[in-house]
Design a protein around this ligand. Sequence first.
Ligand SMILES: Nc1nc2c(ncn2[C@@H]2O[C@H](COP(=O)(O)OP(=O)(O)O)[C@@H](O)[C@H]2O)c(=O)[nH]1
Ligand SMILES: [Mg+2]
Length: 406
Amino acid sequence: MIFLNLFLINLLTTAAEPNSNIGFCDVDSKNCENHVDEANAYKLIFYDVNPPEGFNLRRDVYMRFAIMLSDARKRGRVDWRLVLPPWHKLYHWRSSSAKSKPQPWSSFFNIDSLKSFVPVMELHEVFNDTKTKVLEIDTLYVLENFENPFENGVFEEKWQLNSDCEYEGNYFGYKNITAKEIVCVKFQGKISKLWELILQHPTDRKVMFAHGEIPLHDNYGTKTYWECRKSMKFNNNLVKIAKDFISSNLNCNADRCLTYLSVHWRRKDFAYSRPNDVPSIKSTVQQINFAVKKNVPGVKRIFIASDASTIEMKVLEEQLNELNYEVYSFNPSDVLLKEINEGGVAIIDQIICSHAAYFIGTHESTFSFRIQEEREILGFDGNTTFNRLCPDSGLCEKPSKWKIIE
Ligand SMILES: Nc1nc2c(ncn2[C@@H]2O[C@H](COP(=O)(O)OP(=O)(O)O)[C@@H](O)[C@H]2O)c(=O)[nH]1
Ligand SMILES: [Mg+2]
């Protein structure tokens, strides 16, 4: 057994053929450390998402890849690891405190918990393991949509190689990542279909997909979906800051609080691009007041999570104060903002919304969807969760209820 282990270790280090001069470690070199490194021992899947997409759609794209890998492992394909794409200059992170350096997933999530679902690696771990300053992807697949997804009136799952195109991304903000081969592929359908592409180049060990948001979930809302979702626990530091806020401002130390109602009031691009989905300030106040009276009478504290401007927030707060509500929002000090950045603040907003007695979200906002999922995990009654702000007039479709499956 010991012999077999040594043999395997030897095989793996030999395969790496490192040479200290070029950043690798040469087999004959005295400087060569004799250890198995994960990045060389396993095949790696990297992915990237369309730059304008926000944090919460990116969380869903992660789940698609994580579930694809988990399903493949169940079928015996165990030699792949998923590399977590660093968070780099997201469109919504605009403040001067937003770090220009790509952020690892550990800034926001509990990596051990992610790993409990599927083997993932941070990109910096790949660099640590390869002991080189340059990372070369074997094949980078640039995914593109078909012009007409419903050709002949049907949505057919398919892919098609498309010559002549370029990768317009920036490798997560890293200058030292390249690809040996770039292949453009028109793609539509389930994410497990990506294996068909991967198997086109069976010797590849590092494969990347640009526009990882194009492939769809194989199945949405299944038991595996929820297992994956539950493993996406937040970073402990952010959880602690949120719980301290709830305890000291919202008078609750339980998981399911009775003391406040929370609202995700999405503004910015939603306020001007979806005027038929989001209400005016006046109507927002009326809807909050109505929801309290009907569902949680006696509650006086309202927590507002929002990307609204300071002016809009002030007007909303004043109007709620006039109805005798106490209004809370999470406003970090400059020092804390520098430490946790806007991504951390958004997560703290989500955690605080998740624990409220009653939640009202914004229609079709993935930020609100993630809060609803968190509340399902916490065991809230669905009636307190799947609620939305309605437009000032016209139709107000009820949110779909995505109930947890244990
Ligand atoms: N702190 C904070 N940020 C928000 C809030 N709502 C939206 N944002 C920011 O705006 C982004 C919205 O993009 P995304 O996560 O894709 O959600 P969606 O656009 O609402 O579906 C978030 O990631 C945040 O950066 C909020 O209530 N609080
Ligand atoms: Mg978005």
